[in-house]
Every structure is written in C-alpha cells, then in structure tokens.
Design a protein around this ligand. Sequence first.
Ligand SMILES: [Zn+2]
Length: 257
Amino acid sequence: MNETKPIETDPGPEDGGSTGDGKLPLLEKLRGRTEGEIRRRILQAIFEQRLPAGESITEEQLAATFDVSRTVIRQAVARLAQDGILVKSPNKGTAVASPSRKEARDILFVRRLVEPEIVRLLASAPHRFGLTELRKHLAEENEARLAGQRGTLVRLTGEFHLLLAELSGNQVLLRLMTQLQTLTCLAVLLYAEHDEACPRDEHLRIVDAIAAGDGGTAAQEMLNHLTHVEKDLKLDRMTPESSFGDAMGWLRGVPDN
Ligand SMILES: [Zn+2]
C-alpha cells in the first residue's frame, strides 16, 4: 500500500537552481535509496516545481545524486518513462515530459471521468476510507498557505488528489492518478497563469461532502474543481507552444493542437 505513497514531508532547499557540479541540488541528502524512493523523490521535485517540464536529466547525474547504482536509477527512469513522466529520445536523452495543450486537455478529460468516482466511493464509508487523514492533509495545506511556503503548498495540493486515490485502496487508481496528477503539474507550469493548480477552499468542500457521506455532492464538487483547474490552464489559447515536440511537429506541418 505504501509502495507508491507520495506523501513525505521534506521542505528541501528553497533554491532549485543548479549547483554547477552536475548534481541535482533538490535531490540531495538522499543516499542509497531504493528505486521506489527515488521515483517518489523525483515526483515530489516535479510537484514542487523544482524540476521543470522539458528539463534534461541523465542517469549519471541521478546515480551521483542518490549515490546508488546505475541499475537502480535505470529502473526508476524506466518506470517514470513508462508512465509518460520522463521522455526518452535517441538524440536528447531523458527529459521531464512537456505535455502539449492537447495532451493537457486529454489528461483533464480522463481526470473528470475518474476522480468524481473516487470521491463518491470514499463518501460511501468516510471513516473506513480515512477521513482523518484527509482532514490532516487539509490542515497541512492550510499551514503551508499561512506560512507562505509556496513550493510545499503546490506539492500538497497535488498530493491531495493522490491521497484520495490512495485511500480508495485501489492500486491501479493510485498509479493512474500519480501519472495524471504529475502531468497536470507540468501542464500548470507550462500554461497556467497561477502556479497553484487547485483553487483555494475547493478541497475543503470535497472533503466536507465526503464526511457527510454525500457521494453525489462530493462527485459534483470534484467535477467543478477539475473544471476550474482546466480553465486556469488556458488551454484554448493560441500562444506559442513551450513544447519542443510541438515545435518539431509544427515544423513538419502537423496542425496546432
Ligand atoms: Zn485540487
């Protein structure tokens, strides 16, 4: 159950810039970690917007940062590539995904299908599914907001959606949501006007509906929430694309998304 658990509080360094020695500063202080832990840490870095969309990473760099063998790194990278979070290309090596506007719309489409059903399920037995953990998570979001810890807040608001999937006890859902939420975070970085994907107070409304055992309201609140997330992404804008892949597609004559 805890294998893919994303929640792990570690504020880390505030500065996500390069140290110039080839190591990723944000991933330091982690020696001899397992493949799962390394993967979680990379996801956290993306959630905190410390690893931007399109950023190149190498296995050597990661192996040095985590002080583990290349085999372990290769496993972590392979799994993240399988989930579309890292993208491998023959010429450019491995890079953090950079979802196009069409991909971002597709991701939000799937989220609207899946997430209302997750909260509907949780509302059917709020206490059995871990209402206390949801309340605790909201309190952490609040704390980070009040303390002005922007990176932590952005990560926590993303992890809220993973916690819902995790509490459902369905590992397939958790893996799917990890993929969708991570790609959403990257899309937020690329396209949103604000850096917070989740409008304030909407998580609270969802949790209140779950607590009341009102699956219909919980599902509707989630749907509204995801609509707001998508609206904030400004996916219908025809401003220049940040994605290298899209630029290459445009050069080849593929129509804009
Ligand atoms: Zn949210």
